[in-house]
Design a protein around this ligand. Structure first.
Ligand SMILES: CC(C)(COP(=O)(O)OP(=O)(O)OC[C@H]1O[C@@H](n2cnc3c(N)ncnc32)[C@H](O)[C@@H]1OP(=O)(O)O)[C@@H](O)C(=O)NCCC(=O)NCCS
Length: 182
């Protein structure tokens, strides 16, 4: 297979903390429907997350985003990491994740990540996160937030659709934490 050569180096990828534009949010809502790894968000929700890092190419093209959510008891959930398919494998996901992680650490937050994507699991390990054995071991802040998160009809219907997408793909969710230690 012939792979298109990207006209940038990873150091040229700009990572900016800012709100998603409505165009980016619409694009992301559609994109998220294609992955079994993230339940998804509506464009309206995506546009209102305050803690977002946006990756752009040197020509200003939207390449991906990472959303972190501040929860109760000083926990921050690095909740959504997404790179557009044509930009994957060039280091953008890693750059977004490390930046989100460093920013949460700089704010002295405990960090939580849940993922079934092998690249993200590798990033968790590289960040020396503690891998939890079972979902119920997640911090209380996560259990409380999930009540609200799953009260959305959009997510409930996506949960059903995505459980079918995930069937038999052999990957399982891995949760990891990194507690702030003064
Ligand atoms: C997960 C995702 C964001 C990764 O983005 P990306 O730009 O391709 O990631 P990178 O190129 O930075 O690779 C990240 C790391 O994973 C590693 N990696 C790549 N493929 C891997 C695999 N199959 N197994 C383990 N590690 C892998 C890379 O080597 C890299 O590690 P390094 O920095 O030490 O070299 C992207 O694939 C994506 O958006 N997937 C769909 C949505 C999703 O699953 N999101 C995660 C759910 S939270």
């Amino acid at each position: 297979m012939c792979r298109k050569v990207m006209m940038f180096t990873i150091s040229e990828i700009k990572i900016t903390p800012r709100w998603l534009t409505s165009r980016e949010a619409n694009q992301l809502e559609t994109e998220l429907k294609s992955t079994p790894n993230i339940l998804g968000y509506t464009a309206g929700e995506l546009q209102h997350f305050p803690n977002v890092l946006v990756a752009e190419t040197p020509s200003g093209e939207f390449a991906g985003a990472c959303i972190s959510k501040d929860l109760l008891f000083n926990w921050t959930d690095i909740a959504m990491l997404y790179v557009l398919p044509k930009f994957r494998g060039y280091g953008i996901g890693g750059k977004l994740f490390r930046e989100a992680f460093a920013r949460a650490q700089a704010r002295r937050r405990h960090i939580y990540v849940l993922s079934r994507n092998p690249s993200v699991i590798r990033l968790m390990e590289q960040s020396e996160m503690k891998i939890a054995r079972a979902a119920w071991q997640a911090p209380l802040a996560l259990h409380l937030y999930n009540q609200y998160h799953m009260s959305s009809l959009y997510r409930l219907s996506e949960a059903i659709r995505k459980s079918r997408m995930r069937r038999d793909d052999g990957q399982r969710f891995v949760a990891a934490t990194k507690r702030y230690e003064p």
